[in-house]
Design a protein around this ligand. Structure first.
Ligand code: G6P
Length: 366
């Protein structure tokens, strides 16, 4: 009913808009920042762990892929990410020094549950990050970390994705602290950066009118490419997934640096290219990839902060302004832009946004 949608036209719109609030709850639950020390509620222990394997399906697997960048760069812990349907049959070697992490909104995805069962008895610890705390995946885990997103009704995952990222970010900082790979000041800075994310997500929502105007045009195209570098690469994959799931526009995500190894052949005036690029230390590299697109007539939608847009926005077809986000957690904030772009494009095309054709919210069969 309309009431359940809280006045929004679709659950997806409501769930996008809720993100700042639910992320705020997750931050409160997982982090406190007394004298630069942060604590994670679960007390999960990373000592004795030499590797993390993260296994999931769909959008949840892209949350894992984003977290790989954080875990490896910040906590110096090697991470393998796999989709559950591949992991479960590959017989991947794991050991008692492996922490196996399963991420699932529903906690009932058949392939993810089977991957968990493969790990049972073989790994040091089975941890799950779920939205539904009474789910099968939660029940069979040693440690359960709830994402606290509240019920997610729209088939295309939005707030569950950003809340998964929030928990994974908090976990990264926990691991970094226990492994003593960051000094106290650097750790405290990352904690502060993470605590600022819910407010930045609220600020990011102000891009909505601009994104809606872009979507009216994007809806006319048949294809789109999303580009990102570093932790923005998995978000490029997520942006492409969201757009194809609900607007049925064919979309692909690529690492910016991979452009010249294939997808550049597709670039012409009919190819919108969404570039996710905060003005960070990778910015100049991504801008040069953007120039390659522009030189071939591609239509760039540049998603960046004011500094980035001022520096390199000229010549873009469209720009989307994000708040300034210092530090590694910008993908959580930039997720808002790709979600809104997919949402408004789908609304423009008149598709069934909350229940896209052929898709299910929870896939409990193989
Ligand atoms: C389905 C949904 C996706 C979701 C995936 C994994 O395909 O349509 O939105 O990302 O399953 O679901 P889970 O509940 O395990 O996160």
């Amino acid at each position: 009913s309309a009431a359940d949608k809280g006045g929004y036209r679709h659950f997806m719109a409501k769930e996008i808009a809720e993100q700042s609030t639910v992320l705020g709850a997750a931050v409160k639950y997982y982090l406190s920042n007394r004298e630069g020390q942060h604590t994670l509620e679960t007390g999960l222990d990373f000592s004795g762990i030499d590797r993390v394997v993260m296994v999931a399906c769909g959008t949840a697997s892209l949350a894992c892929f984003t977290a790989k960048y954080w875990f490896e760069q910040i906590a110096k812990l090697p991470v393998e990410v796999d989709i559950a349907s591949e992991f479960r049959y590959r017989e991947p070697p794991v050991s008692d020094r492996t922490l196996a992490l399963f991420v699932s909104q529903s906690g009932e995805t058949a392939d993810t549950l089977a991957a968990l069962r493969y790990c049972a008895g073989k790994v040091g610890k089975i941890v799950s990050i779920v939205n539904v705390a009474e789910s099968s995946i939660a029940r069979e885990s040693d440690v359960v970390l709830p994402i606290l997103a509240g019920p997610e009704i729209g088939v295309a995952s939005t707030k569950a994705f950003t809340c998964q990222l929030m928990v994974l970010a908090a976990l990264t900082l926990q691991a970094a602290r226990q492994r003593e790979v960051l000094d106290g000041a650097a750790l405290a800075e990352h904690v502060d950066q993470l605590m600022r994310v819910p407010g930045q997500v609220a600020d990011a929502m102000t891009c909505e009118p601009q994104v809606q105007a872009i979507s009216a045009q994007l809806a006319q195209y048949k294809d789109a490419i999303f580009l990102g570098r570093g932790a923005m690469y998995p978000l490029a994959l997520e942006g492409a997934l969201k757009l194809k799931e609900i607007s049925y526009i064919h979309a692909e995500g690529y690492a910016s640096g991979e452009l010249k190894h294939g997808p550049i052949a597709l670039i012409d005036k009919d190819m919108p290219v969404v570039v996710l690029t905060p003005a960070d230390n990778m910015f100049d590299k991504t801008v040069s990839n953007m120039e390659e697109v522009r030189a071939r007539g591609g239509k760039i939608v540049m998603v960046s902060d004011a500094a980035g847009i001022n520096k390199a926005g000229d010549g873009s077809w469209q720009t989307v302004a994000m708040p300034r986000v210092d530090g590694p957690f910008a993908p959580i904030v930039y997720a808002v832009a790709v979600q809104l772009l997919a949402y408004h494009t789908a609304v423009e095309k008149g598709t069934d946004v909350d229940q896209p054709r052929n898709l299910a919210k929870s896939v409990t069969v193989e």
